[in-house]
Ligand binder design. Sequence first.
Ligand SMILES: [Zn+2]
Ligand SMILES: [Zn+2]
Length: 405
Amino acid sequence: MTGTTTTSGINPSPGTNTAIIADRVADLGLNDVSDDECPSPMTAFDIVVVGAGGGPDESNLSAYLLKSHTARWEDGVLALEAGSGQGTLARILKEKPDLFRDPDGESDQVKNQALTASDIYNSIQGFLITHAHMDHIMSLVISAGSLSGCRKRIYAVKQTLKDIESSVFNDRAWPNLASWREDDASYKFLYSPLTPNTTTYEPVSSEFSVATFPLNHGSNDLGPYESVAYFVRQDASGQEFLFFGDVEPDSVASLNGGKPQTLAVWQFAAPKIPHMLSTIFIECSYPSGRADSLLFGHLTPEYLVEELVALAAEVRKSKPAGHSSDRPNKHVRKRQKRLASSTGITNALAGLTVYVTHCKDAGLGDESSGRPMREVIVEQVRSLAEAKGLGVTIKAAEQGMHIQI
Ligand SMILES: [Zn+2]
Ligand SMILES: [Zn+2]
């Protein structure tokens, strides 16, 4: 578990001399923000990682809790995926009791009131789900009968909601606790369909809206299977981050006769990077070298970096090299001279942080060293991305993290 981490570069408090801080950070070579770049925006999002794995460990499955940085957790939470849940959070809070404590609380009394896992889950107003696989909805199902507070919306594309309805809330696998009608107040959950394939943002809370893009996630006996990526926007500031559900590489989807879909996500993201969109969460389920026939609709480090190269090309198209905000600091410039400058994408992703998610851990770890597979995978992604000279920062999404964007 790790502590608070900030990915929007520098987050100055009011009155701070941001130019001095920026110079110091650049001199230390701590990030790829160029000397002449505008100061990074203020923090917009607080995200707590309840689970970041892709199985088989059921206590670390895809689940993130989100609020605006200026809001209080108890005033409303958006759950982004619902793999692990309340029990896992209770365990995390034993180790990190201050995870949800407001350091700027109005009074000592507020500061000293540590929120429990149950407080947080009852404060959830909506669940934003990428697809209906169990590792993304398990805690939503298990907690459905016991959550209190307002009626909670399940936001997803219609097919995902139908999958949840037919396979889970069907009065067989689980009691039917969800409905499609606003006036069915006796049902705990309200199915709230989102429109895929559109650049229109749809509200998912009083503060956040999302643009929803379909993704390939392999195929099965029923045909191609889809997940989605969400651009999550804080409406007040216009700041966004990009969150991927499980995803198959475009090149593998094409080989299998499918239509590449991730490219459209990169095309929509490119003009916003890095000033409006500085953070991407994307999966990398397996380590390097896994055969295409064993991907099951997921990424490996080689394919994740192939996708990041496609993003870099789109960024370059939308903002040709030489644009002032693309100039790296002198430390980065020196390092990158050695790298693939001829490709035209060198440093195209400077200022962007990619959190690697959904690594399949247990039973797959590097047993000789005892390292979790997540660390092995992230190191592989980092070294491949560095070899391409993309200028992107690669980090692991880890359970218990408090990420500020
Ligand atoms: Zn998954
Ligand atoms: Zn999946």
